[in-house]
Design a protein around this ligand. Structure first.
Ligand code: ADP
Length: 424
């Protein structure tokens, strides 16, 4: 029986939530895209449907989210979670507000809390303002995001622009008094007719208290952080037995490889560290702007190199290199070229016996998972915060996959994933 049913607005975000829940003792399966009505319900305590709805047209994001909710209701989930990014990635048109509105409406619950705080990764909310480390969201670099520039850190205002409903705040003055106080404040806001409450949180203790306060809520919305307190509610209700090893996966065998398509700083550092220790190929899409030709270069290069030591194949470039390719092809075509290249290389790696694969980049992960025909991921233990190993199944051979959001992971992540971490 699944207890928690979650809908995530992107792939690596879904995995991040999954990892949080495994860390709190739940057995978790992540499904790729809206499941078919006939798809079997996996044996798990939490099921997460990973959508690509963060920047999709609003009507599409809403329709997919509602379809996912319906399937999760059919799977008998007791509580629902709408997962978005801990930097509240959205625009004035959505998609956080419209999707949350549709879910609140479908569940008939009238109210949901909204909390993107994720203290271990530096995201905190105070007086409704979202901070990334010591900086306000709109001074964190997120104001320059190509798709969802976040130019306002006040989440009450940001969410208000995305919904007809009114948005309240449960401020830190209340949150610090714990679950009872938070629950009381949310009840008052709901009675005042507010559909949402942004809830302040600075530490994991705050998030545990918020989770406890929301034990009876049909819907919770937020980053993966606020899910930290939910498994304890199910345990307290006698619904979640202690699992000895909730992240247990089948044994990992087969060749090892890393594919990187993220151009985020953390990933560029990780490639720099990896190439000091393991065979690393850096593709040059500007010199060869052709997916098949680039993939052919990589396939020729990998010959004789596959085994227990990982190889790294990266298309990632510095901001200057990315800008140059985008100037030549246009932004979408540049991204599509690199994604198609890495997807083709992933297929070739699997055909040659790779069964332990790390993919860096959210969009890149989406492209790879789609090409490999993966439909479900059982979530294993974390390599670094927010990035677990998973056991991927679908139309191709089963394999161990780690899908890394571009900015996640320590410098030696590509080595550490294969048990070869090096001191920082
Ligand atoms: P992140 O998780 O860091 O945002 P993504 O994979 O989501 O990473 O996004 C990175 C995007 O950049 C992808 O669309 C990828 O295809 C594209 N990309 C990767 N390398 C290059 C490059 N050298 N030039 C232009 N675009 C690139």
């Amino acid at each position: 029986m699944a207890l928690l049913g979650a809908i995530a607005d992107d792939f690596t975000g879904a995995t991040d939530l999954a990892s949080m829940l495994v860390g709190q003792g739940m057995r978790v399966v992540q499904l790729i895209g809206v499941p078919q009505a006939s798809d079997p319900v996996p044996d798990a305590d939490a099921i997460i449907v990973a959508l690509k709805s963060r920047t999709a047209p609003v009507h599409e994001a809403v329709a997919d989210s509602l379809a996912a909710l319906k399937w999760l209701q059919g799977a008998d989930c007791k509580q629902f979670f709408f997962k978005y990014c801990s930097t509240f990635d959205s625009t004035d048109r959505g998609n956080i507000g419209p999707v949350a509105d549709a879910l609140v409406d479908a569940l008939g619950c009238g109210f949901a809390l909204a909390c993107p705080a994720f203290p271990v990764n530096g995201r905190s909310v105070y007086q409704g303002y979202l901070f990334v480390g010591a900086n306000l969201l709109n001074e964190s670099g997120m104001e320059n995001h190509p798709l969802t520039p976040m130019k306002d850190a006040n989440l009450v205002r940001v969410l208000s622009r995305q919904t007809d409903a009114t948005v309240g705040l449960v401020s830190y003055a209340t949150v610090q008094h714990g679950a009872m106080a938070i629950r009381g404040a949310m009840t008052v806001l709901k009675e005042q007719g507010r559909r949402y409450a942004i809830v302040d949180a600075v530490t994991d203790d705050d998030l545990f208290a918020i989770g406890k306060a929301a034990a009876k809520h049909a819907l919770i919305t937020g980053g993966s952080g606020v899910a930290i307190g939910l498994p304890a509610n199910f345990r307290a209700a006698g619904l979640l037995p202690e699992a000895e090893d909730p992240g247990a996966l089948p044994d990992a065998t087969g060749h090892c490889a890393v594919l990187a398509g993220s151009c985020s700083r953390a990933t560029l550092f990780q490639i720099g560290t990896a190439k000091l220790h393991v065979p690393t190929l850096e593709l040059d899409p500007l010199a060869t702007p052709d997916a098949h030709a680039l993939a052919a270069q990589a396939i020729a290069w990998m010959d004789g190199k596959l085994g227990d030591t990982p190889i790294v194949i990266a298309a990632s470039g510095t901001p200057e290199k990315v800008a140059a390719l985008q100037a030549q092809l246009g932004r979408d075509a540049a991204g599509a070229l690199v994604e198609a290249t890495l997807a083709e290389i992933a297929e070739a790696l699997v055909a040659r016996g790779v069964r332990r694969l790390v993919v860096a980049g959210g969009e890149t992960s989406g492209a790879v998972v789609q090409r490999l025909g993966v439909t479900r991921l059982r979530i294993g233990d974390e390599i670094d915060p927010g990035v677990p190993w998973t056991y991927a199944e679908g139309s191709g051979p089963a394999l161990h996959l780690a899908l890394k959001s571009g900015n996640f992971g320590a410098r030696d992540f590509f080595l550490k994933a294969f048990g070869m971490g090096v001191p920082e």
